[in-house]
Design a protein around this ligand. Sequence first.
Ligand code: ADP
Length: 160
Amino acid sequence: MRTCVYPGSFDPITSGHLDIISRIVDMFDRVLVTVLNNSTKLSFFSVEEKLDFLRKSTAGYSNVVAGYHDGLLVDFAKANSARFIVRGLRAISDFELELQMASLNKKLYPSAEMVFLMTSTDYSFVSSKMVREIGSLGGNLQTLVPDAILEDVTGRLRVI
Ligand code: ADP
């Protein structure tokens, strides 16, 4: 059984994240899309909302499990027998931090493999931060977030 973890803040999940998920579901038997508590980033959405959005967005994939972990990514991966950790890369600016995290994860969990997927060009400019900004200013989020959560996210951001 090949299990991978796709970790992130998912604040909220975007079409860019879903694109990565849609490409890894065929590569692994089980895909654990995991909201990590990132102490350096203040979240807008609650963990419950993030999980609800993840579940609605990935409802069509039977091997995706959405979850939450408050602690080290490698501990979560080990506990779930997941040897593969997936990350998406958008621009060169993502690379430096990803390389640092990959090296640290390898030190903490030597048998783990980091798997990097390049963003599809359609989504290279999409980030959760942009979604929050555009949504709070009343902009149209269609194509930026998965269709299944468009209404929920739009409604939630309008009230800021
Ligand atoms: P983090 O806060 O850990 O960066 P994010 O929720 O922003 O987590 O993203 C999770 C993962 O998805 C990261 O590897 C990030 O680079 C990747 N990602 C984010 N947006 C996109 C996108 N538009 N296309 C491809 N990968 C993306």
